[in-house]
Design a binder for this molecule. Structure first.
Ligand code: UDP
Ligand code: MG
Length: 315
């Protein structure tokens, strides 16, 4: 088959991974060397590292011509770093994977196998994720399912950004100008032949997570806002429901007044509670609308998604 001798790019974002660089590159080079490819590149995107990661990467580029380093001008975040790598990769197939060995290099041959069979996207699905705390696992599990319910795009659950994409899919991604990117959603949205590859997600090889809760929330937000307008419709639905209740209440008040049932002065507490409740609901809904507007704002500014300071290939 034609893809048998094709070229492959491995794209990995790195932020302060000094204790994992050597193990990661050794493992990935091992896998790629054994794959019978025409050529390959390991494209590391240095997302503003401030530790020894850049030096270590530099020495790797001196030793192995397949290692290429794209240095961003500052920290742009995981999704922007992935985007930088995918946009600059030259391979006929592009694999995106984390650089902390939580996306196991042993899975690369399975993805390449699918690709050679003609599949356009082979995406990694986490069968287990022992490496993450149960709270993160639970929240992630709920989020993936919530997003599937909210979105019209069929975004697979329990899949991160670990995947192989054919050149055709990469070119579709490159043609999508959106700034606030939820890459796994964009790939799912593009269509083509997509298949899961199951793996067990181990613990981080070295160092600590670069994804604190705040960044995770932003990623989740990018997923929801980028792929669903259902929250906006839900607010309207809730408003209509509240209106029906209000009309029923009004009818009750009128009827009970006419027939002089009960004490008219009663009900202060319930009034206060209802007032507070609906004020809170209004604020939340205003916030939801605001989030969508802020997304429009970000997109309208048209700033670049990332800035490349240096590409080791050009040195
Ligand atoms: N990363 C990055 N920029 C960031 C945060 C993370 O390039 O702002 C990289 C990081 O070095 C790693 C990958 O993205 O290779 C995934 O991050 P991490 O392992 O910290 O996330 P987690 O697995 O804990 O969700
Ligand atoms: Mg990780």
């Amino acid at each position: 088959m034609e893809r048998r001798t094709s070229t492959l790019s491995i794209v990995s974002p790195m932020l302060n991974e000094q204790d994992g660089v050597d193990a990661f590159l050794t493992a990935v080079l091992d896998q790629c060397d054994s794959l019978d490819l025409e050529s390959f590149e390991i494209l590391i995107v240095d997302d503003g590292s401030t530790d020894r990661t850049p030096e270590l990467l530099h020495s790797w580029t001196q030793r192995r011509s397949e290692v290429r380093v794209l240095t961003l001008s500052r920290n742009f975040g995981h999704q922007a770093a992935i985007t930088a790598g995918v946009f600059n990769a030259v391979g006929d197939g592009v694999i995106v994977m984390d650089a902390d060995l939580q996306d196991p290099p042993e899975v690369i041959p399975q993805m390449v196998e699918r690709w050679r069979d003609g599949i356009d996207v082979a995406y990694g699905v986490r069968r287990t994720r022992d490496g993450d705390s149960w709270i993160k696992r639970t929240i992630a599990g709920i989020f993936y399912r919530l997003l599937r319910w909210l979105s019209d795009t069929d975004i697979p659950a329990d899949a991160g950004d670990f995947r192989l994409m054919s050149r055709q899919v990469v070119d579709v991604l490159k043609a999508m100008p959106e700034r606030d990117r939820y890459t796994r959603g964009l790939v799912a949205w593009s269509g083509f032949a997509q298949e899961p590859v199951y793996f067990d997600r181990p613990e981080r090889f070295a160092g600590t997570t670069k994804y604190p809760v705040g960044k995770l929330m932003r990623l989740a937000m990018a997923g929801v806002v980028g792929f669903s307008d259902k929250p906006l419709f839900l607010t309207i639905g809730f408003g209509l429901g509240a209106m029906v209740l209000a009309v029923l209440g009004l009818i009750w008040v009128i009827v009970s007044t006419i027939f002089s049932w009960g004490e008219q002065i009663r009900g202060w507490t319930s009034m206060a509670v209802l007032l507070m409740f609906f004020s809170a609901v209004q604020l939340i809904f205003l916030g939801i609308v605001g989030i969508y507007i802020s997304r429009i704002f970000v997109e309208a500014k048209h700033r670049p998604i990332y800035i490349v300071e240096n590409d080791s290939r050009d040195n």
